[in-house]
Ligand binder design. Structure first.
Ligand code: ZN
Length: 271
């Protein structure tokens, strides 16, 4: 125990130390290392010096702030804001899809240039979040459809490994109304190579959501939409195998798992 205490004093807080502590059946020193799952949001004590754009919540255990954890391919200890967090790897499985139109898999120079330009536009829309909207984190599902592809699956397109699917695919036929899961401001509308007709909502304080492959858009850039307002229609535009809603949620700089967010009592479950 003396050795462990010295390690702690030297601030050696590795997953090995944690594993050792777990083996010894003690969590004496584990309290200052937070943990959570790949692609989830956790709460931590709010920083002593709060920045004005950081959303805080008063709880019986003190003032807290929310932190997003990145998608990881193995367990990882990282620093997020002012704390160290162990992000636990999750086996989300894999999916193999076939895109018949080879020009949408191996891009021409022109298409690659277009996709690159669009990626910059999307990044720019996500770079500034409103502090005038306070997200309640009390989400409603944007469409009633069942999940056809969960968050985090490793994708193989025509047999080639591609980046993991950091969004949620919800079933819907062409024309199914899509509603805003929370109050938000429309900060991007476009027709993009990969995601087709696309819309991004800024829910405030670094929380954004994006809607892809739509067949129609019911709002304009700059509109403020209330929760459950219709924003668009399910479609099959862009690179798809069929009509569905590809729903991405960004918070605190990471893509997070949308499926967790639509669970009842989500916010209280993480505070
Ligand atoms: Zn998708």
């Amino acid at each position: 125990m003396e050795v462990l205490f010295q390690m702690f004093q030297k601030k050696i807080k590795t997953s090995k130390l944690l594993a050792l502590l777990a083996l010894m059946g003690t969590q004496t020193f584990a309290n200052d290392l937070f943990q959570g799952q790949s692609g989830e949001i956790i709460s931590i004590p709010a920083a002593a010096q709060e920045k004005s754009d950081v959303l805080t919540f008063k709880t019986s255990a003190g003032t807290k702030q929310l932190v997003s954890l990145p998608f990881v391919k193995q367990d990882l200890v990282i620093t997020r804001h002012h704390v160290k967090v162990k992000v636990n790897w999750v086996n989300f499985g894999e999916s193999r899809i076939t895109i018949a139109d080879e020009s949408k898999v191996t891009l021409s120079k022109e298409d690659q240039a277009r996709a690159n330009k669009e990626a910059i536009e999307i990044k720019s829309a996500l770079s500034n979040s409103s502090t005038e909207i306070t997200p309640s984190f009390d989400f409603v599902a944007p469409v009633p459809g069942i999940v056809t592809s969960p968050f985090g699956k490793q994708r193989f397109v025509n047999g080639m490994p591609r980046s993991a699917h950091l969004a949620l695919d919800l079933r819907g036929s062409i024309g199914t109304p899509i509603v805003a899961p929370l109050k938000g401001k429309v900060v991007l509308i476009g027709d993009y190579f990969y995601t087709g007709l696309t819309l991004i909502l800024d829910h405030g304080h670094g929380l954004f959501s994006s809607y892809a492959h739509m067949s129609g858009i019911k709002v304009k850039l700059g509109d403020l939409v209330e929760q459950s307002n219709e924003i668009g229609l399910v479609g099959a535009t862009g690179r798809v195998t069929g009509p569905h809603l590809h729903w991405t949620v960004y918070f605190d700089g990471n893509k997070v798992n949308p499926e967790s967010l639509i669970q009842d009592g989500y916010l209280s479950s993480i505070l």
